[in-house]
Design a protein around this ligand. Structure first.
Ligand SMILES: [Zn+2]
Length: 420
């Protein structure tokens, strides 16, 4: 095999080197009133002198990009042509955009950078979007069932004649303002930076050598938002708002695996969000890439086996304990950062929150958003094998207006054996 030719300099430049302190890189004033005062986050690699952030764009996909470059099929000097890529709807700016504490894990000005930072962009700065917006139609079998059952009606606007649901989709890559993340988690910034460096096997030396760089583009999953109705209504507290904040569960969401309630709860959220939009309200589904309580799918499947093989079989009484035994923690999702996505849309009041999780509820309320009603998943939508999960969660204090099983009754809630 012949060696591929690279455009990029052949010698490796350590990012921690003192010569990397470039005077020409633009300042970031997190929470400033205008894009001009705030300054763009520049994590692109076409001109390292411009960079003012740790890491690079595209979250976890930055690693795939590196493979593609190594293979020779991706040009390192490619700059995106952003002509015609702007959002089809207007989002913000809202008061939350100017509060450095309200959003610490996304960059609101990362939307339509070619417009927000036009002057700098036209000067040739390689500023990349971290948020994008588009419109789409959803075709979901459960939604078709809901229409046939009369729970959702065709109105030609939200639900089309062919049973498609019209939505606005928003993709948001993580942009971490490290002082804000530290404050939110209640740790010192220096300590946070040190642990992030150590626990990634020393991935980004600037975390410890460049305290002047306050923004990081972490190589982790993004968030996708689906909006039903007018996106501008999300910021109007007088308009009824239905919201589901959903953490990724590939097995259930995509493949219909029946050990949990993830897909049924997600689709019920979509159905109710569409219904809310039809009666003049607005709906939002936020989908966070935090597979298996942010422990990952490998850990998740190990836990499933441990649950099903334990003495007495899979039981609601031992549901959380088995996760902790394998993973070291019940849940690693840290809902503290989750409300940032809701703040981006200027949300101040949620009339119907589709979630039974107290962690999610507490994080949303703590971020200053009022929650009126909490909506649990209807009993008839819970798969038989997922009774263990739902009863365990209710027993652990998850929201339910219904009965909470304890003791013997909880022990009796059993899942399928491992070999069935
Ligand atoms: Zn699940």
């Amino acid at each position: 095999m012949s060696e591929k030719k690279f455009k990029r300099s052949a010698h490796v430049v350590l990012t921690s080197h003192s010569k990397q302190l470039y005077k020409s890189s633009l300042k970031i004033n997190w929470g400033a009133k205008t894009p001009k005062e705030r300054g763009p986050v520049i994590g692109s690699l076409t001109d390292i002198k411009e960079r003012n952030a740790i890491g690079t764009h595209s979250g976890s996909y930055s690693v795939y990009r590196a493979l593609s470059i190594a293979q020779g099929s991706y040009k390192t000097d490619h700059r995106p042509d952003l002509h015609n890529t702007e959002s089809p709807v207007k989002i913000g700016p809202y008061a939350s955009w100017f509060d450095p504490d309200k959003m610490v894990s996304i960059d609101p000005w990362g939307l339509d950078v070619q417009l927000n930072f036009k002057e700098l962009y036209d000067q040739g700065y390689d500023i990349r979007p971290t948020i994008s917006v588009t419109q789409a139609h959803l075709q979901l079998p459960e939604i078709h069932d809901a229409i046939r059952a009369g729970r959702l009606k065709v109105d030609g606007k939200i639900v089309k004649e062919n049973m498609d649901i019209k939505v606005t989709k928003v993709a948001l890559e993580p942009v971490w303002y490290l002082p804000g993340i530290a404050k939110r988690l209640g740790v010192e910034e220096g300590e946070l930076r040190k642990i992030l460096f150590q626990e990634t096997g020393g991935m980004f030396p600037e975390l410890v050598t460049r305290p002047d760089l306050k923004v990081m583009l972490p190589p982790i999953g993004s968030t996708t938002v689906y909006i039903f109705g007018n996106p501008a209504d999300l910021a109007d507290s007088k308009v009824e708002l239905t919201c589901r904040v959903h953490d990724e569960c590939n097995g259930s969401d995509v493949f219909g695996s029946d050990i949990c309630t993830c897909r049924p709860y997600l689709i019920y959220g979509i159905e109710d969000a569409a219904r809310t939009a039809q009666r003049g309200g607005v709906g939002i589904i936020a989908y966070y890439r935090k597979e298996g309580r942010a422990l990952g799918e490998v850990t998740k499947f190990l836990v499933y086996n441990a649950r099903k093989r334990q003495e007495g079989g899979d039981s609601a009484a031992t549901y959380f304990r088995r996760t902790e035994c394998v993973a070291g923690v019940e849940d690693a999702r840290f809902q503290e950062l989750m409300p940032d996505i809701l703040q981006f849309f200027g949300i101040t009041k949620i009339h119907n929150l589709h979630s039974m999780s107290n962690m999610k509820y507490n994080a949303i309320v703590k971020s200053g958003i009022e929650v009126v009603n909490r909506i649990q998943i209807p009993a008839e939508l819970i798969p038989a094998d997922a009774q263990v999960e739902i009863e365990a969660k209710k027993a652990a204090g998850y929201f339910t207006p219904g009965e909470v099983k304890k003791g013997d009754a909880l022990e009796k809630v059993k899942g399928r054996p491992i070999d069935e």
